[in-house]
Design a protein around this ligand. Structure first.
Ligand code: IPE
Ligand code: IPE
Ligand code: MG
Length: 234
């Protein structure tokens, strides 16, 4: 059963991944941190394929937070040139595999050439519906809520409901997160989709993100399938 890695019966509809441990993965091997990020981007594309295989409909990945600007310019530039490189080289494959790509976060912070590649990926994949893949770039959960409320204010709303806020988040129209995985053993959300994760099951495997693969996702799905979700009931 394990070798075939058949997805457990109750696969989460929407899975969130806080990818963490790229830096530690590289440092452990005496390599520059950006090499860890390269392996980390490879792991993202590997995980998209595994998610398709297991029938997950929505996957949101935290790749760069509004707090990550505190890092060195060299590391930040390295991360964005990797993102650009991978979207350029992988886009055809992604589009033919039926994945719809979205970016959550404020993309205006990025240079024109990077934005062009990201918008192109969104445009080319917009009619796909097998798996919706949301990449959070320059994203913060608090910022997501604030921009949602600001939208509502500019539309003249005086009183707002929970549903109004949901309907104006980057994830509008998508189900809330059922399951959040954070790799590397750190046990916090670090401002990742906090509104959407209100009732998510949380899982913190020790594996560092560059080593994440189909087998690790399968193990996570098995853990999820054993959780009892109560939503306040019994
Ligand atoms: C996650 O890996 C990637 C980003 C946050 C951009 P880290 O770069 O945080 O890796 P560690 O936590 O330093 O090992
Ligand atoms: C969270 O990872 C942000 C992303 C995965 C993009 P960090 O490594 O930046 O988080 P902290 O600083 O350990 O909380
Ligand atoms: Mg980290």
């Amino acid at each position: 059963m394990f070798n075939k890695r058949v997805a457990p019966r109750n696969v989460p509809k929407h899975i969130g991944i806080i990818l963490d441990g790229n830096g530690r993965w590289a440092t452990k091997r005496g390599l520059p941190r950006n090499y860890g990020h390269r392996k980390g981007v490879e792991a993202i594309f590997r995980t998209i394929e595994a998610s398709l295989k297991f029938g997950i409909k929505y996957m949101s990945v935290f790749a760069f937070s509004t707090e990550n600007w505190k890092r060195s310019k060299e590391e930040i530039d390295g991360i964005f040139s990797l993102v650009k490189e991978f979207f350029e080289s992988e886009i055809d494959k992604i589009v033919t595999s039926g994945v719809k790509i979205n970016f959550f976060g404020d993309l205006t912070a990025f240079s024109e050439d990077i934005r062009e590649v990201l918008y192109k990926a969104v445009e080319l994949s917009k009619n796909n519906n097998k798996l919706t893949f949301n990449m959070c770039l320059n994203y913060g959960g608090k910022q997501d809520i604030v921009q949602s409320v600001n939208n509502l204010i500019s539309n003249g709303k005086k009183m707002i409901t929970e549903q109004d806020i949901s309907d104006n988040l980057y994830s509008k129209g998508m189900p809330d997160l059922d399951f959040v995985i954070r790799t590397s053993g750190e046990e916090r959300l670090s401002n990742f989709m906090i509104y959407q994760a209100a009732y998510a099951e949380l899982y913190f495997p020790k594996v560092l993100w560059p080593d994440f693969n189909e087998k690790e996702l399968w193990k996570a799905l098995v853990v999820y399938s054993k959780r009892k979700r109560r939503f306040g009931g019994y």
